[in-house]
Every structure is written in structure tokens, then in C-alpha cells.
Design a protein. Structure first.
Length: 94
């Protein structure tokens, strides 16, 4: 799982990605998100603490459409669309 975390982080730090994942309630969500610095709000102490408290199996990202921090569990990812490439959860190009 740590391998996927690093892959997702790298993709998100360099791109706006569309992540499809299953929420805790079982619904499927598509989210356009990023970790690109030019899209992120200026960090405040509170946000830095939230980032540090995120469980190791969860990734906090900036939701482009809702302009806020959101998170998802790595094991809930169905697919990630990075620019011209669409990957399934195993890292295979669709």
C-alpha cells in the first residue's frame, strides 16, 4: 500500500488528477484533486496539523471543484486519471 501512496502522491504533486474511489458509506465518488503547490491555499498551522494527523493509509488532497481539503483511503481507489492516462487501482493503464 505504501508503494501506491508514493505513486499517487507523485502524480498529484505534478498534475490535477481525477480519482475514483469508494467512500465509507459505499457510494462511488469522482474527485478532481491535486497536491500541486500552485493550486494549494497558503498553509496555516491548523491545516499543517490536520495533514500530520492523517492516518498513514489515507491521502489528504486539495479538491479542485469544492476548494477544500478532502481525503480518501488508498485501498478504496478504483482508478486514477492523470492527464492522458487512466490507471486502475493496480497501476495498469486502461
Amino acid at each position: 500500500m505504501k508503494e501506491y501512496m508514493n505513486i499517487y502522491k507523485t502524480a498529484l504533486q505534478n498534475n490535477i488528477c481525477k480519482i475514483k474511489f469508494e467512500k465509507k458509506d459505499g457510494t462511488i465518488r469522482d474527485m478532481r484533486c491535486t497536491l500541486r503547490e500552485d493550486y494549494l491555499p497558503k498553509q496555516t498551522d491548523l491545516e499543517e496539523q490536520i495533514q500530520r494527523k492523517t492516518p498513514s493509509d489515507t491521502l489528504a488532497v486539495w479538491d479542485i471543484d469544492n476548494c477544500g481539503w478532502r481525503s480518501f483511503r488508498i485501498d478504496s481507489v478504483i482508478s486514477i486519471d492523470v492527464g492522458d492516462h487512466d490507471y486502475d487501482a493496480s497501476g495498469k493503464i486502461n
